[in-house]
Ligand binder design. Structure first.
Ligand code: PLP
Length: 383
């Protein structure tokens, strides 16, 4: 399979016809349990928490798309991150990007720290700061790049190099904002890739899911154990939806990307937009890194409209963009970061992270780009 190009893999990896019926689509195996062939023998499956034929197909596809050893599907992106940190033990030190999805910080601060795991937030866009933060008990560096919502990049190859030089430190990358189409963390040297499949992989805003893709047999055994023991597995129906989404992902991403660039160019010229964060603009301080590390610039961006009041007027005036959280679906979304994705982060921490009260995050969808720009134009005139 891996000899094929990406768009072919997206349609066919894990999505071969059902051997029994020839069904072109992966069948939904809605069975909690499977008949055993004897004592201690089965046909490959015994109980759906441990493994399910529909989930197997998705997990195979995810591993292929990320160039990994094995894929593992979880009930949400957060469940995938929980499974990831289940690799750690009390006394371990976890370095995490400072500019990270608010839900990840909530999990780490309110749950993971309680297990005796020391979580330290570091500006991973500065590799030297990562190096300085490494301690003898550092076991994992979790990087979100580009980050949410400021679109700050971290140099995956450089961080992986220094982590591996120390030995015993694994690098995991939240690849949600890029999708497997636009960034390949494992090829850059990372050890584990994490996704919220809720976003570009599903692509249609109709299911919550998450994934981990490991690069070694040890990861596979570990994540299989977490799936079986902790049980946060993705249901067969949700797996089916993600498999369906994956088939059109390269096509969707192409349009997302074209629209994202067009919207960013437009906003960068608008006088009411005080700041714009989009790695595809030459004015982005890490444009060079984005061009080198990513296969495209994506369709996520954030901008500063000056105040929460301006944001409220802007959001209320939008006609096509929906005022909603989330990202990566076919429809364009706009959200006020401080009161949505980062509401669980304190005002002081938000200020430190550079998430202003005037920040709006856009997930640019696949509608007609001229319509999208016209919508933004009329909404910006509302304040
Ligand atoms: C970058 C990133 N990682 C993880 C998550 C969590 O994923 P989920 O909502 O599927 O649990 C999100 C959700 O918005 C996200 O944006």
């Amino acid at each position: 399979m891996s000899e094929y190009k990406y768009a072919t893999l997206a349609v066919h990896a894990g999505q071969h016809p059902d051997p029994l019926t020839g069904s072109v689509n992966v069948p939904l195996y809605l069975s909690s349990t499977f008949e055993l062939t004897g004592i201690g023998t089965d046909r490959g499956w015994d109980y759906s928490r441990a493994g399910n034929p529909t989930r197997d197909r998705l997990e195979f596809a995810l591993a292929k798309l990320e160039g990994g050893h094995s894929g593992h599907a979880f009930t949400s992106g957060m469940a995938a991150i929980s499974a990831l940190v289940a690799m750690l033990k009390a006394g371990d030190h976890l370095i995490c990007s400072k500019d990270v999805y608010g839900g990840t910080a909530r999990l780490f601060n309110q749950i993971v720290s309680g297990y005796g795991i020391e979580v330290e937030y570091v500006d991973t866009s500065d590799t030297a700061s990562v190096e300085k933060a490494i301690k003898p008990n550092t076991k994992m560096i979790h990087v979100e790049t580009p980050s949410n919502p400021r679109m700050v990049l971290s140099d995956i190859a450089a961080i992986a190099k220094l982590a591996h030089a120390r030995g015993g430190i694994e690098v995991s990358v939240d690849n949600t904002f890029m999708s497997p189409c636009l960034q390949s963390p494992l090829a850059l040297g990372a050890d584990i890739v994490m996704h919220s499949t809720t976003k570009y992989l599903n692509g249609h805003s109709d299911g919550i899911g998450g994934a981990l893709i490991g690069s070694t047999e040890e990861h596979k055994q570990r994540f299989l154990l977490v799936q079986k023991a902790a049980g946060g597995i993705l249901s067969p129906f949700e797996c089916f939806l993600v498999l369906r989404g994956i088939k059109t992902m390269p096509l969707r991403i192409r349009q997302h990307e074209e629209n994202g660039r067009a919207v960013a160019e437009y906003l960068s010229q608008h006088k009411k937009v005080l700041k714009i964060n989009y790695p595809g603009l030459k004015s982005h301080p890490q444009y060079e890194l984005a061009a080198r590390q990513q296969k495209g610039f994506g369709s996520m961006l954030s901008m500063d409209l000056g105040s929460q009041e301006n944001c409220a007027k802007f959001l209320a005036a939008l006609k096509i963009f929906l005022n909603a959280e989330s990202l990566g679906g076919v429809e364009s979304l706009a959200s006020h970061s401080a009161t949505t994705t980062h509401a669980s982060v304190s005002a002081e921490e938000r200020a430190q992270m550079g998430i202003t009260e005037g920040m709006i995050r856009l997930s640019v969808g696949i509608e007609d780009k001229e319509d999208l720009i016209a919508d933004l134009d009329q909404a910006l005139a509302a304040f």
